[in-house]
Structure formats: structure tokens, C-alpha cells
Design a protein around this ligand. Structure first.
Ligand SMILES: [Zn+2]
Length: 146
């Protein structure tokens, strides 16, 4: 586990030469923040429902015309983490139940959102769209815009 975390960080740092940061949940996240997220989380293997939810989001999003080309080619590319604390610090005085790291294809979930279909789908849509912003498609799919 320790080795895997270090490898992921190394990969992120290697990618940092072109962009100094990764995006997450509407904000730009510094590399130090990425390391902090990984260091305070435990990687897990998603249950089969997660892949079904991914396919639901992808199909629904394609129907809206907003994600003809997904930024994630395969559900298996997503790396899942559970954050150790009740909620994930995701901005100044802000706490989130989920956070997606675009480019790294990582999703972090708080313990209470660990199996929350809406939160999981919301974060997957960030990866599929390749943006930390919340375009209108989030509303269309009833996945919130926060
Ligand atoms: Zn979001």
C-alpha cells in the first residue's frame, strides 16, 4: 500500500512538468494537497455497483450531448480512496464528501459518502467530463452542483 501511494505521487509529479497542479471539485489543487489527500486515505476496490453507476452516468451524459468523448476510457482506470476523517477538507473552511482528481483519475470519498450513489456519480461525472467545474449537465442528471 505504501509503495502504491508513492508510485502514484511519483506519477503525478512526473506529470507536473506540463501543469503544476491537478484539478478537483471546482478548484485547482496543488501537488502538496494531492500528497496530503493520498496520505490520509486508504485505497479500496470498488464494489460492482460502482461500475454499474459509472455506466449509468456515462450513458445519461452522452444522451445530453455533453460527453460524447469521455475523459475516462474505462471504469477500471479510476482509483478509489476512502478519506480517514468524517469529511474531506476541500477549500477554505469547506468540507466535502467527495473529491475527484482530474488527470490522475482518482476519487476520494468520505466515510459517510463511501457508498453514497449520488456522491459517487457526481465525482465520476467530474472525471468523465474532465473538469472540476459544474456545467449544467450536473443538474440534468440530478447530481448537484456543489
Ligand atoms: Zn463537484
Amino acid at each position: 500500500m505504501r509503495f502504491i501511494s508513492l508510485l502514484v505521487v511519483a506519477l503525478l509529479l512526473a506529470g507536473a512538468s506540463t501543469s503544476a497542479s491537478a484539478q478537483a471539485s471546482g478548484a485547482t489543487v496543488a501537488q502538496g494537497r494531492v500528497a496530503e489527500l493520498i496520505g490520509n486515505s486508504k485505497q479500496f476496490i470498488p464494489s460492482p455497483e460502482f461500475e454499474a453507476w459509472y455506466n449509468e452516468v456515462l450513458i445519461a451524459c452522452k444522451r445530453t450531448g455533453d460527453c460524447q468523448t469521455s475523459r475516462v476510457d474505462d471504469f477500471a482506470e479510476i482509483v478509489w480512496f476512502q478519506y480517514k476523517d468524517a469529511a474531506i477538507p476541500c477549500g477554505p473552511a469547506q468540507r466535502c464528501d467527495g473529491q475527484a482528481l482530474i488527470g490522475a483519475n482518482m476519487i476520494f470519498l468520505s466515510p459517510r459518502a463511501f457508498y453514497d450513489r449520488r456522491v459517487v456519480k457526481h465525482e465520476m461525472l467530474h472525471l468523465i467530463l474532465g473538469t472540476g467545474d459544474h456545467p449544467q449537465v450536473f443538474d440534468f442528471l440530478n447530481l448537484g452542483r456543489e
